[in-house]
Every structure is written in structure tokens, then in C-alpha cells.
Write a protein that binds this ligand. Structure first.
Ligand code: ADP
Length: 465
């Protein structure tokens, strides 16, 4: 079953409590019934004692018998009879005693033999505890029968049973609710840890889950998770170092290859086939260089040594610098590229800005279908200068937008595999924008396209972040 722990705990708790209430209730009811019966037996035996004492010497009148019996047995369900040794009713007290002789002939005979009895018998509609005892009145032997209804005891037992049946479920419901609340309270640190852990992506490994104040199992779990995150962070940092070193090493051979390809392409005697091959190789080398630059930039960000060479930049120049090298890619993909760049200026590192905007434009070209349009628009609003790259691509689902600028994040791997990519481009854009004191964001409508914007503060002397 996939029910939440909270619900399962409450269900177990309620089931166990229900069992305990039922067992305790049954025990209580049975014990109460036994006790009440014993009390009635004691009353009957005491009444027999007192009444037989009152007959000792003389033959009492019927009225006296009634008075004595009423004093000793005041309950409505009580009855008493004096019968002759032959079974003739001589004196009576109580309602059921009017119906005829109480007790059977055998009981009377046994009593006359000295064998007194206390037993349960049905008289009228009720069960009675009856005692048949021999008594001597003057010289004659008689039998005293005392009966007391069990009705009183049964009523008390029923009252308790009804109370238990009413109060039991109420108590059960109340404690189950309290249990549900308590379980929720106890599991709240787990919820917190889960949402913390959900927030921690590969480039937020410095974050930690909240450690509950109590040093219990949950506290230990949080500490263990944090220790694991620390080990992961260390491992990732070492990987960054490796990437930084490797990309640094790759830059020079790539630059040499690019220069050699340029030189070869300058030869007018180059056959057309060879020129095509060399041009395609140059594009691939350019792409590889951009990837290596991205990797190096990220590694520098991670090591806190992303340096910006801030100068004054003109927006149309930067945009033109980004668009020009990608025009061949756009036409190869059959995508219209439109540019609009008003004259605006900012303080920025032109190379980094170029790198970030290239990533945005490359993505837009990658995701726009043949025949679609990509618009690169420069703008200035208030004290911000920015560039927006708008495409006719598939758009980005809302739940993916939060993580889009995280490292290695790809909206869905199937889509990414089609068009290649490492999930680093947008992370670089974010880092570069942040280093300039600016920001990046996306607006998108699924199925209609996306618009990525990068904004920098306008005309303000900036220092590297
Ligand atoms: P990649 O190298 O995979 O392009 P990015 O960080 O540049 O990495 O982009 C991350 C993911 O965001 C991409 O894999 C893609 O799924 C999505 N994405 C980026 N730009 C666009 C866009 N213009 N249209 C649709 N999806 C995009």
C-alpha cells in the first residue's frame, strides 16, 4: 500500500486502541455483572438471616411479616414467602410472591432436610436469585423463600454497556485525530528535509538540509544526509578542477586547428569538395571551442575566479558580434534570423556577454523548426539594458522553468538528444549575468515558443561579482 506513513501510523494506532477499548470494555462489563450478582447474593443471604431470626419464638402475623420483609428487602424486585412443610403459602411479600408458591417441591424438601439452596430461577418475566431455607416458627418446621430480581443488576450492566458503546467510538475518534496530528508533527522534520533535498541540485551542493533540534533518529538522518552532501560537494569540486584543467589544455590545440583551417581555406586553388569539408570542420571546431569555453567558465565560477574585463560596450555591436558567426547555422537550418538593436550602452565584459548571448541564440536556433523565425532584440528599460532572444520552438513546460538555469538540466532527455547539448549553456548565462550584477529569465508558452532575456545594469560602473 502506498498510503502516507502518517495515515498508516494513525490506522495502526486506532486499530490497536479499538482492540484495547473492546477488551477493556468487555472485562469491565463482565466484572461489573459478577460484582452486582455477588452483591445481590449477599443481600439475599443477609435478608434470609434477618428474617429467619425474626421467626424464632412465636408465630408472627402476616402483617408483621410484610413489615419485616419491607424493612429488610425494600427493593421493588424483591419477594419473600413462608411456606408450610407441605408447601402451603402462609405469608407473602412482594409482587411475584402473589403468583403462587416460590420454589419447587424438591427445593422445599431439600431445605427441610437442612440443605439450603441459592440459585437462579425465572419468575414471571425476570430472572431471580432465590434462597430456600428451613425455619422454625414455634414448634413447626417451615420454609422461608427469599427472591431478589436480577433486573437491577442487568439494567446497570446495560447502562454501562450503552455508555461504553457511545463513548468508545467518540474516544477512539478523538484519539485517532490526536494521533494523526501528532504523527504529522513528528514527521514535519522529514517533510522539511524532503523539500530541502528536492531543492539541492548539482550546482547547489553547498546547501544543506535543516537539522531538527532534537538529537533523535531524524536528527541523525539529517546529519548523515548533510555529511553525504559534503562528500558529494567535495567530489564535484574535484571534478570541476579536472574539467578546468582539461578544458584549459584543449583551448590551445583548438585555437591552432582553427587558425590552420583558416589558412587552408584562404587558398584560392582549393577544390570545392575540399573547401566544403574544411568549412564544415571549421564549424565543428568553433562549436567545440564554445563548449570548452563554457566548461572553463563554469569551472572558473566554481572556483570563484571568474574574472570580468569590464569596458563600455555598445549593444548593437555586441548583438552583431553574436549573430554574425551564427548566420550560416541559421540558414543551414532554414531559420529566419531577425535582429533589432537600438543604440544602448552598458558596462560589461564583451567576451563574456558574447558567450552568454551566443548560448541563448544557439539554443533558439536549435529548437526552432525549419521555416521558423528567431528574433534577437536589444532594449533599454529604465536602468536596465538587455537582449531578448525569441523563438518559435516547442516552448518550455512551467514545471521545467524553475530548473532551466541549473547545470546539466535538460527539459527532457529525448528532446535534448535530438538536438545535442550538455545542459550547461543556460547555467553559464546565469553565472555571467549574475557576475555583471544582472539577471536572466525566460518567458514561454508551450507549443508557441520561448523568449530568453539577459539584462544588465545600464551605464553604471560595475565591479566583478
Ligand atoms: P543545452 O546544452 O542542452 O542546450 P542549456 O542549458 O542551454 O543546455 O539548455 C537547457 C535545456 O533547456 C535544454 O536541454 C532544452 O531542453 C531547454 N531549452 C533551452 N533553450 C530552449 C529553447 N529556446 N526552446 C526550448 N527549450 C530550450
Amino acid at each position: 500500500m502506498n498510503l502516507p506513513i502518517r495515515v498508516r501510523l494513525t490506522a495502526w494506532y486506532a486499530a490497536l486502541l479499538a482492540l484495547i477499548i473492546i477488551a477493556l470494555g468487555a472485562f469491565l462489563v463482565l466484572q461489573l455483572r459478577t460484582d452486582l450478582r455477588e452483591t445481590i447474593d449477599t443481600e439475599v443471604l443477609a435478608a434470609v438471616d434477618l428474617m429467619s431470626g425474626s421467626f424464632d419464638d412465636e408465630d408472627d402475623s402476616k402483617e408483621d411479616f410484610s413489615d419485616v420483609a419491607r424493612t429488610i428487602l425494600p427493593h421493588s424486585g424483591a419477594a419473600a414467602q413462608v411456606q408450610s412443610s407441605a408447601g402451603k403459602v402462609q405469608m407473602t411479600y412482594g409482587e411475584v410472591a402473589q403468583l403462587g408458591p416460590l420454589g419447587s417441591d424438591e427445593d422445599r424438601a431439600a431445605a427441610l432436610r437442612g440443605d439450603s439452596r441459592l440459585y437462579t430461577a425465572r419468575l414471571g418475566d425476570d430472572d431471580y436469585r432465590m434462597s430456600v431455607t428451613p425455619i422454625s416458627v414455634g414448634d413447626s418446621q417451615r420454609v422461608l423463600v427469599v427472591a431478589e430480581s436480577l433486573d437491577r443488576a442487568e439494567e446497570s450492566v446495560e447502562r454501562v454497556l450503552v455508555l461504553l458503546l457511545l463513548a468508545g467510538p467518540v474516544a477512539l475518534g478523538a484519539t485517532a485525530l490526536a494521533g494523526y496530528w501528532l504523527a504529522g508533527k513528528a514527521l514535519r522534520p522529514v517533510e522539511r528535509m524532503t523539500s530541502n533535498a528536492r531543492e539541492i541540485s548539482i550546482d547547489r551542493l553547498h546547501q544543506r538540509v535543516a537539522v531538527p533540534r532534537s538529537a533523535d533518529e531524524l536528527g541523525r538522518l539529517a546529519v548523515t544526509l548533510n555529511a553525504m552532501l559534503a562528500r558529494l560537494e567535495l567530489g564535484v569540486r574535484e571534478k570541476h578542477r579536472l574539467i578546468a584543467d582539461a578544458s584549459h589544455e584543449l583551448r590551445t590545440p583548438l585555437a591552432v586547428m582553427r587558425a590552420e583551417l583558416d589558412v587552408s581555406l584562404r587558398d584560392p586553388a582549393l577544390p570545392v569538395d575540399a573547401r566544403d569539408v574544411l568549412e564544415s570542420a571549421r564549424e565543428e571546431v568553433d562549436r567545440m571551442s564554445r563548449t570548452v569555453d563554457n566548461l572553463l567558465t563554469l569551472a572558473q565560477v566554481d572556483e570563484g575566479r571568474l574574472e570580468l574585463l569590464i569596458t563600455q560596450v555598445s549593444l548593437p555591436e555586441v548583438i552583431e558580434g553574436v549573430v554574425r558567426p551564427l548566420r550560416p547555422l541559421a540558414s543551414a537550418r532554414g531559420v529566419h534570423l531577425e535582429v533589432e538593436a537600438p543604440d544602448a550602452r552598458s558596462q560589461a565584459d564583451p567576451q563574456r556577454l558574447h558567450q552568454a548571448l551566443t548560448n541563448l541564440l544557439e539554443n533558439a536556433l536549435k529548437f526552432t523548426p525549419r521555416g521558423g523565425t528567431v528574433r534577437v532584440t536589444g532594449w533599454q528599460r529604465g536602468d536596465e539594458v538587455g537582449v531578448t532572444v525569441r523563438d518559435d520552438g516547442p516552448g518550455i513546460p512551467p514545471e521545467a522553468r524553475r530548473h532551466l538555469f541549473d547545470r546539466f538540466y535538460r527539459v527532457d532527455s529525448a528532446r535534448g538528444r535530438d538536438v545535442g547539448g550538455s545542459g550547461l549553456g543556460l547555467a553559464i548565462c546565469r553565472e555571467i549575468a549574475a557576475a555583471h550584477g544582472g539577471h536572466v529569465w525566460v518567458e514561454s508558452e508551450e507549443g508557441r515558443g520561448s523568449a530568453f532575456s539577459l539584462a544588465l545594469p545600464a551605464e553604471r560602473a560595475l565591479l566583478p561579482a
